[in-house]
Design a binder for this molecule. Sequence first.
Ligand SMILES: CC(C)(COP(=O)(O)OP(=O)(O)OC[C@H]1O[C@@H](n2cnc3c(N)ncnc32)[C@H](O)[C@@H]1OP(=O)(O)O)[C@@H](O)C(=O)NCCC(=O)NCCS
Length: 158
Amino acid sequence: MIHHRLAQPDDAQLYYAWANDPDTRRQSFNSAPISLETHTSWFTRKLTDSNTLMLVFENESNHPVGQVRFERTPVADMPDEIIIGVSVDAHQRGKGLASELIRQGCKACRKTWGDVTIHAYIKLDNQASIRSFEKAGFTFSHESDKFAVKSLVYTLPA
Ligand SMILES: CC(C)(COP(=O)(O)OP(=O)(O)OC[C@H]1O[C@@H](n2cnc3c(N)ncnc32)[C@H](O)[C@@H]1OP(=O)(O)O)[C@@H](O)C(=O)NCCC(=O)NCCS
């Protein structure tokens, strides 16, 4: 059974390894490798940012298997936009874990921020991610250029 907890300072190295995973970099909107210095200041800032929710998912043996992050961004035409990101540890992929992480993560997000709409921005070729979000109840909304690269926006309505 997969369970989650809030990310904590001790997770810095774990997140650094996950962030620099080649597939994760390729499927991110900024695909350049991340230095340890950049990561450390980013991670420290995010842990205390009230507009960020970072969840670590663990298996029955309390071994970390992946993460889900929610970012709440005020935007001009909407009071808030909440964006979800997910990654599964490279050794744990192909088992259908991502949809469970997304489902549990969205429940936790709504416990924290209320009954909000959640958006996922997915690169066009990321079939595993598209399928995972669909299995977790997200539906295709529109195409976007928000992050300079074309992406598909999937939505879980409030
Ligand atoms: C995307 C990611 C989270 C998926 O995690 P996962 O738990 O390994 O997902 P799975 O490989 O089990 O695939 C999920 C579903 O997609 C399907 N799928 C996987 N690769 C596919 C492909 N190339 N084409 C079509 N379907 C595919 C699987 O069959 C599965 O569907 P099913 O359960 O109906 O069989 C994981 O690959 C990852 O961490 N990638 C790097 C980071 C990333 O891309 N994050 C998402 C950014 S939006």
